[in-house]
Design a protein around this ligand. Structure first.
Ligand code: ATP
Ligand code: MG
Length: 223
């Protein structure tokens, strides 16, 4: 089977001249179907930028990126790559079901079908009782599970999660990771998680590490 993503000497520099910041430098890696990858690294080391490059949300300034297992384009079919963003991203004026429906509507589904699929994604994650609530009426851990439901509603084959447990206590973080792993298994999707949390990283099969924009794959955490 083709790799979902592969890149060679991939880089992303923001700004120019003396103000230039190289967030990702010369990254070479690949993601295969079914992979479970943790990306660790200090704050500012380039984890989010790497995930955005993998998702095709950020344009590289050097190197090559390819999505052979996705027919070459991370946005086609729409929803094949899904992202759980680092920043809170539920729209406050929409209830939980409407938030989860949104990417389905953007992918071209009819409203009734989008709602049906959104409710199925919420049920899969045991969140159906939150369906009519507004984001301000649910906890941080519940909100993060809803964001995961939204990410899986389009049935992605590549699921990227950027610090999905960053704001959560240890118990809630473990539960959110349970949900991510179960969702990826259900979808038969590859899962890439950027995380500062060693407990979270230890539960994923493969370790990548970012340091000052440089990616090391096959990295082993110090004991
Ligand atoms: N849009 C942008 N414009 C300018 N600089 C940026 C931009 N996005 C990221 N950077 C810079 O690129 C570097 C890497 O940032 P990035 O957000 O990828 O790191 P990170 O490892 O995800 O950090 P954190 O753990 O704090 O989320 C940082 O120096 C950051 O300030
Ligand atoms: Mg980040």
């Amino acid at each position: 089977m083709s790799a979902l993503f592969r890149c060679r000497a991939l880089g992303r520099t923001f700004g120019a001249g003396a103000a230039a910041v190289t967030a990702v430098a010369e990254a070479t890696c690949r993601i295969e179907p079914g992979d479970r990858i943790a990306v660790s690294g200090a704050s500012g080391s380039g984890k989010s930028t790497l995930l955005h490059l993998i998702a095709g949300l950020e344009t590289p300034t050097s190197g090559e990126a390819e999505w052979p297992g996705l027919g070459g384009d991370p946005r086609r079919p729409p929803g094949a790559v899904a992202m759980v963003f680092q920043a809170p991203s539920l729209l406050p004026a929409l209830d939980v079901t409407e938030n989860v429906s949104l990417p389905l509507l953007l992918c071209g589904h009819e409203p009734a079908e989008a709602r049906k699929r959104a409710i199925a994604a919420l049920e899969l994650l045991g969140l159906d009782e939150l369906a009519g609530r507004l984001p301000e009426e649910i906890s941080g851990g519940q909100a993060q599970r809803v964001v995961i439901a939204r990410a899986i509603a389009t049935r992605p084959v590549l699921l990227l999660a950027d610090e999905p447990t960053g704001q959560l206590d240890t118990g809630t973080a473990a539960a959110v990771l349970d949900v991510l792993l179960a969702a990826a298994a259900h979808l038969d999707a590859a899962l890439v998680v950027a995380t500062h949390d060693e407990d979270v990283a230890a539960r994923l099969g493969t370790r990548w590490h970012m340091r000052d924009g440089h990616l090391r794959t096959g990295w082993a955490a110090p004991c």
